[in-house]
Design a protein around this ligand. Sequence first.
Ligand code: S3P
Length: 441
Amino acid sequence: MNRVELKKVKSLKGEITPPPDKSISHRAVMFASIAEGKSIVRNFLWAEDPINTMNAMRMLGVEIEQPSAISHQPSAIVIHGQGLHGLREPFDVINCGNSGTTMRLISGILAGNPFFTVLTGDDSLKQRPMARVINPLQEMGADIFARNNDKYPPIAIKGGGVKGITCKMPIASAQVKSCLILAGLYADGTTIITEPQKSRDHTERMLKAMGADIEVDGLTIKVRGQRSEVRGQELNPLDITIPADFSSAAFFIVAALMVPDSEVLIKGVGINPTRTGLLDVIKDMGGNLRIENIRDVSGEPVADIYCRTASSLKAVKIGADIMPSLIDEFPILCVLAAQADGISEIRGAEELRVKESDRIKVMAEGLRRIGVEVEELPDGMVIHGTTHLKGATIESHGDHRVAMAFSIAGLLSEDRITIKDTACIDTSFPEFFNYIERLID
Ligand code: S3P
């Protein structure tokens, strides 16, 4: 469980490199597992969620060598890919823990494999909607059953013999899109997926680089599969370096903008445009950021982000169009809006209700406790900017991003803010509080 208490700090100063990208870490391990031959993944995120993916792939028969065996590269892992058709039926139920990405993406791989698997997770994951992947995978021909009329985990899958479908996705979701792309690799024929807005595209980039037959045209993705019973073209192995996670960097970008007299350089951060909606919002609010040293690292754009305290911040109005590109930044954006001049409105965010917690409800409840006037809407929140944050005890509801967002709010409060249940931060950013400590001047 754990609890942490935070209080106003004078300023934040220094340089940090946030932890490796969680989305890319999941994908690198999964895709390398179904490639043919040995992949090297450098700068893997050692946090609970991607470790759950690693354990799942091991249960499916993949050999993965850890750092102790490769001591000259502390966080590099070596994955001995089994090829598209080389995975094995697991001996036991696979537990995905808190990780929606693990469960949804692996479902796509399993839909292409002719053996039986059961996927489960913790109490939060068992309440997250899975029909969004189950229904299209069933349409492709996989046998899948799940709790409550095929809606919630545990999920039982027996795949194989899938065929391509045309799918118009009702929601922008990189997890659903990636699941269908992966199933599409195994399918007979072409799978055509169209999203309503562009969600993160790490899957498309990585699989294309591995030689998959994927074509992206705006919001539509075409995947040409291979007949599952024929050994067609395999995926080439990866040699990849994972950039720092923009979603982890976001907490420190916002902290540096809000804490007086701060100056922080955040290095090596992935700035894939499908992830950086927060930068556009900060610009609209009048924040001080400089994107420096833009380069390419393993097919992803990376930069250093120089952040200084904003002299003033304006309120913003944001809607559904930008939401997918800042979907995981909602909690910290709420804290930022609470420090802006005026009334901010965040709409088009109904997906936030089915994340690791109901993030709209949980953020509204926490913000009220620290003295911010908010109005909860079905699809977002109205937030009245205020300068004074009150001391309070906040429930994280087991949601890592909620716990981190309120910890940053704590750095601004004259009175103590206590965050209950901070252990959940280990799912994505185990060193989070050490990073804060290092920056406090
Ligand atoms: C993720 C996609 C997003 C995001 C999640 C990670 C991914 O979820 O919120 O933290 O790695 O594909 P959705 O696809 O449900 O929007």
